[in-house]
Design a binder for this molecule. Structure first.
Ligand SMILES: Cc1cc2nc3c(=O)[nH]c(=O)nc-3n(C[C@H](O)[C@H](O)[C@H](O)COP(=O)(O)O)c2cc1C
Length: 176
């Protein structure tokens, strides 16, 4: 089967990783897959902050998320101890920023699947990163000026596997 179709059909969210880090070649391929994504008017405005899983900023984001949600003993952190996390930001004033970020993150997710790596798209830090500590996190994560968090994605080797989600074409598709 065509590699791209296969990656689309086999991709699923990974919520458990081994400690094995990504190779430089794997990480470069993932970043390039984000950069290669189409953007409206080819503006290429999306920004990618690449973090190792032990970066203290991830712990700070986790703590802030849990504080806001009043979670005391979380069973796992928001990126499931993945060795690499990429935080995607875009111009908060640009109407296509969210869509461009979404397209970029899915390009990266499919590239990870193609490399045999697990990935998890992450939205749950939205409140934490845009809350009262927004300026701090934006600076610490080196977001360009006027940029805001849009989405994040974790990468690593799968310690657990999950079947792709099912769906209902009847509900979601109208063929006229
Ligand atoms: C915009 C977006 C935000 C998401 N945020 C999270 C998240 O914060 N935590 C999480 O575990 N999964 C998150 N997911 C993963 C979805 O839960 C997952 O894609 C969905 O359940 C379908 O499962 P699958 O990816 O295995 O096919 C997110 C997915 C998307 C597209």
């Amino acid at each position: 089967m065509n590699n791209i179709i296969e990656a689309i059909q086999k991709r699923s969210s990974t919520r458990g990783y081994t400690a094995e880090p990504l190779t430089d070649a794997e990480l470069n391929t993932l970043i390039q897959s984000g950069l290669q994504a189409p953007t409206a008017a080819n503006r290429q405005e999306i920004h990618f902050t690449v973090l190792k899983g032990d970066n203290s900023l991830l712990k700070e984001l986790e703590d802030e998320k849990n504080r806001l949600r009043e979670i005391v003993n979380p069973p796992h952190n928001f990126y499931y101890e993945a060795p690499t996390v990429v935080i995607i930001s875009a111009d908060s004033t640009y109407k296509w920023g969210s869509l461009d970020a979404g397209i970029a993150v899915e390009n990266m997710a499919l590239a990870a699947e193609g490399l045999g790596l697990g990935n998890l798209i992450i939205g749950c830090i939205d409140d934490a990163i845009k809350g009262e500590k927004q300026e701090y996190f934006s600076n610490a994560l080196h977001f360009p000026e006027n940029y805001e968090y849009k989405i994040a994605i974790a990468f690593g080797h799968k310690a657990v596997t999950k079947e792709p989600h099912t769906y209902s074409e009847e509900v979601q598709v109208t063929r006229l």
